[in-house]
Design a protein around this ligand. Sequence first.
Ligand code: B1M
Length: 207
Amino acid sequence: MPDLHELGEAIKRGDRDTAAALTKAAIETKIPAQEILDAMVGAMDIVGQRFQKNEIFVPEMLIAARAMKEAMGLLEPILVEAGITPVAKAVIGTVEGDLHDIGKNLVAMMWKGANFDVIDLGTNVSPQKFVDAVRTNNAQLVGLSALLTTTMPAIKKTVDAIKGAGLDVTKIVIGGAPVTQEYANEVGADGYAPDAASAVDVARSLL
Ligand code: B1M
């Protein structure tokens, strides 16, 4: 009988091969998809908490997220079959003029780890492209990342464009090195997260 605790441990230490093998075995032995998913999401929650406490750093979080991604790839068809849907649909991107994507990718991975369906628009994303993606995908959540003081105003433009398009039900979370809670308040964003792990907590609290 495959051990879901071991699956969680493999994800936490970023052991992709073991995570994939245990996921396959769990699927083959007909462990309910929801139980497998809960073990994975629980493991990523712990990874996030360790990151927040500075017990682990970006590289460890990245390899854990990659192991999670690999295992999720195997589980996804089973979740679809079982009618288990992601808890939310999220659109994420780095704002216009900004090419930094490492932090944004980390947030996208952690959101996927929390069982959000994430549409990643990449970098240098215009306000209109965010609006179009939110509308097309009926997204409940938007993540805006900015790493430059010179691109912070693009956060405000994007928030204004999304709210101005009548998409007020969509919650907007912002982050990035120069971004603060005060700035989030000033531009009317719904939430601010200082790091990728907190971005999960903030998103869950808004949804
Ligand atoms: Co650039 N860069 N860069 N850069 N770069 C910084 C940001 C800078 C601080 C370096 C410095 O001068 N000390 C500085 C910005 C200064 C400022 O504006 N205050 C800077 C500059 C000036 C520039 C250029 C203008 C340089 C030039 O060409 N003259 C240029 C701009 C290009 C552009 O975007 N138009 C530029 C270019 C680049 C590279 C392309 C070479 C490369 C980016 C590669 C890539 O991303 N694919 C790069 C890099 C790597 C950096 C540094 C070294 C590292 C950034 C990084 O990835 N950090 C950075 C200096 C530094 O931070 N030490 C620097 C790791 C990452 C995990 O952290 O992205 O902060 P971070 O994400 C964090 C949090 O911020 C948060 O979660 C993550 C952690 O969990 N977070 C969110 C991020 N997004 C979030 C979204 C959320 C929530 C949380 O919700 C949606």
